[in-house]
Design a protein around this ligand. Structure first.
Ligand SMILES: Nc1ncnc2c1ncn2[C@@H]1O[C@H](COP(=O)(O)OP(=O)(O)OP(=O)(O)O)[C@@H](O)[C@H]1O
Length: 310
């Protein structure tokens, strides 16, 4: 059994107070702030001061994670991540998700090279072939994004969480050196996707806040709600680059959070995925079917580890 601060994040989100704002007011250290995200124990004094500050009871901010109130997959990913267990579902998820999500966005690394980087922090290069350093950096960054995504699974979506994913993904890349590209910040220049205009930079923040607000106010969540969010997020295209990967990480997180088997989009269904996004407004079926097929692919991995999902 471990502790979760899902309630705390929800109360903060409802009261429109950020965790850093609260921590500043209450003199809570950054090390303790990290414990909230990681689900580690903090002192009772800290919890008491938070309850007073937010005018809530302790049960509103803290709960305990049991198999009954979280998915087995989430528990396994969290535990295996913290103990760095090799050959686990966490280990294979890192490689599968990172390889597929980067590959469909143009990374030239192979599945084996991705595995090498994850397992040994080295890379095997064929004679005479060239490797783009950004592909390696973004692969390592994507591994860190997955860790962050697992740590924050139970948190509601927020601008800061989404920006953090972008910052982690793009830190140290050649894009990050461009003066008009700000890592972890919204785009400065208009961009298109599939030849269609996306949200203008000046409107990105408002549209994203509104999208998150509508989504977080739902009473119940369906798999379609998660796909709908993904589509709307991609239409906003809040960042200069990395929107596809950040969007799919969010979808994976939300599937875990709401008890659905997550999905992964690989090369074999990439074109169906793009078509599904393009045709979402006229027919949601294409994208939903593609994501369900991506879910079947991930379920094969779950089967190998005897994790069942409806
Ligand atoms: N017609 C469409 N409508 C909405 N979203 C789309 C459409 N076509 C593609 N997308 C989304 O945009 C993503 C790619 O966008 P883009 O080529 O701009 O990449 P990006 O922002 O650089 O992100 P990344 O580098 O992660 O791909 C796709 O992975 C997909 O999620």
């Amino acid at each position: 059994m471990s502790i979760v601060y899902k309630g705390l994040f929800e109360v903060l989100s409802k009261k429109n107070i950020s965790i850093s704002e609260m921590s500043k007011d209450l003199n809570i250290s950054s090390a303790t702030q990290a414990k909230f995200r990681k689900g580690e124990y903090v002192s009772l004094q800290t919890l008491e001061s938070i309850c007073k500050y937010l005018s809530v009871g302790i049960n509103d901010i803290v709960s305990f994670l049991t198999v009954e109130n979280s998915s087995i997959l989430y528990q396994r990913l969290r535990e295996e991540m913290s103990h760095k267990i090799k050959g686990s579902i966490y280990h294979e998820t890192q490689i599968l998700l990172t390889y597929n999500s980067n590959h469909i966005e143009g990374s030239q690394l192979s599945p084996d090279q991705t595995r090498y980087i994850f397992e040994t922090n080295t890379i095997k290069i064929d004679k005479d072939s060239l490797i783009n350093v950004d592909d390696i950096i973004e692969t390592q960054n994507h591994f860190r994004c997955i860790d962050y995504m697992i740590e924050s699974t139970l948190e509601p979506l927020s601008e800061s969480l989404i920006k953090d994913l972008h910052r982690i993904l793009k830190t140290g890349t050649s894009d990050a050196k461009l003066d008009w590209f700000i890592v972890g910040e919204y785009k400065q220049r208009p961009n298109t996707v599939g030849g269609i205009a996306t949200t203008k930079p000046v409107k990105v923040q408002n549209e994203l806040i509104s999208l998150i607000g509508k989504y977080e106010n739902k009473k119940e969540y369906s798999f379609e709600d998660i796909i709908e969010f993904h589509y709307q997020f991609e239409c906003i295209h809040p960042f200069q680059d990395g929107n596809g990967r950040v969007g799919r990480l969010i979808a994976f997180k939300e599937c875990l959070r709401h008890g659905f088997a997550p999905f992964t989009i690989d090369e074999s269904i990439k074109l169906f995925y793009y078509r599904g996004l393009k045709e979402w407004k006229s027919d949601k079926g294409y994208l939903i079917d593609t994501c369900l097929s991506g879910q079947d692919k991930y379920k094969k991995l779950l089967d190998m580890f005897n994790i069942s999902y409806e």
